[in-house]
Design a protein around this ligand. Structure first.
Ligand SMILES: Nc1ncnc2c1ncn2[C@@H]1O[C@H](COP(=O)(O)OP(=O)(O)OP(=O)(O)O)[C@@H](O)[C@H]1O
Length: 313
């Protein structure tokens, strides 16, 4: 088995008296996609920034792509890219000009830079917009350009800090496809996300960061299996959720949940739904918090109905 692409041991970081990272240990396999989940303020960005050499740690060891962060930060910088860092990309230049400029700065010859820009535009479906100023790009196109810029020099390790926040569902799914393709080429990806569906759809493994350390890790299926079986929901006629009861998924468990609901005669005409545990249930069970949702969060309300089956009340 090859050495892990990222290895972190006992990482600590405080701001003043506030301990943000309190002994983080993690190991990320080469070529995998790992999602870092955690409630707001859990320290996800701080952890990514430490790994990307932007923030110094107080103690602990970090090895990225075989390079030790403390003794050889330059080698770490050469092995990584961090999305969001090109958010201040030149708006007046076109997408192609930005890519060519960055390729030149990364050591490509003039002809090589032109070729590399063309490849990246093609791969990130920006060829039609290549000659347009970045200022006219949509949010999704900018994220794709940002990712393309980060990959010009073909780094083996890529950090994506909330890569799809604020994007509509279609742009988000386009970006997921491109991120998955990147991993298929052997790039290691560590991403933070507040969208549980994103972690579920994209990640080989999920790390849950809470209280300054990794409190759980596993594949999405393993984490869901940990919280138990089906969840029984009681919904009103407008489909609003009134009650949810986690069960162990056995007949006896479901019967007991239905008995709780049936004990209130007012529920007789309402609807009961049985669904599989979602990442949201996992997150709540592991951290005691729900993930903050926003209007575009696909894991909120509607999207969480995916696994539901309706049963007679
Ligand atoms: N430069 C800084 N100085 C002081 N405190 C900081 C600094 N950067 C982050 N913090 C604090 O550290 C904690 C973790 O912040 P961080 O941004 O890493 O969390 P996060 O998990 O990425 O949160 P979010 O999901 O809200 O982006 C927060 O309480 C934040 O206020």
């Amino acid at each position: 088995m090859s050495a892990p692409a990222i290895e972190v041991r006992g990482l600590r970081k405080s701001y003043g008296t506030a301990t943000v990272l309190d002994g983080v240990d993690l190991s990320i396999e080469t070529g995998s996609i790992v999602a870092l989940l955690g409630p707001n303020g859990a320290g996800k960005t701080t952890l990514i920034n430490v790994l990307a050499t932007l923030t110094g740690a107080d103690s602990g060891t970090v090895v990225v792509a075989g390079a030790d962060l403390a003794s050889d930060p330059e080698a770490v910088r050469e092995a990584i890219s961090l999305t969001g860092q090109y958010a201040a990309v030149d708006q007046v230049l076109t997408g192609e000009e930005n890519l060519r400029m960055l390729a030149r700065l990364s050591g490509f010859t003039s002809a090589g830079a032109r070729q590399r820009a063309r490849e990246m535009l093609d791969r990130f479906e920006l060829t039609d917009a290549a000659r347009k100023r970045v200022g006219s790009y949509s949010g999704g196109m900018r994220r794709r350009l940002d990712l393309a810029l980060g990959l010009v020099a073909d780094p083996p390790v890529v950090f994506l800090d909330e890569p799809t926040t604020g994007l509509d569902t279609r742009s988000r799914q386009e970006l997921w496809r491109m991120i998955a393709e990147l991993a298929e080429r052997g790039t290691t990806i560590l991403l933070t996300t507040q969208y549980l569906e994103e972690a579920d759809a994209l990640a080989d493994r999920i790390l849950v960061l809470d209280g300054g350390s990794i409190v759980a890790e596993g594949t999405p299926t393993e984490l869901k299996a940990r919280v138990g079986g089906e969840v029984v929901e009681l919904r009103d006629l407008d489909d609003s959720l009134l009650l949810e009861i986690p069960t162990d998924g056995t007949v006896a468990g479901l019967e007991a949940a239905l008995a709780v609901i049936a004990a209130d005669p007012a529920t007789a005409t309402l609807r009961v739904v049985v669904r599989k545990p979602s990442m949201d249930d996992v997150f709540l069970a592991l951290t005691g918090h729900r993930v903050a949702t926003d209007a575009e969060d696909p894991t909120s309300a509607d999207a969480r109905t995916d696994n539901r089956e309706e049963v007679a009340a």
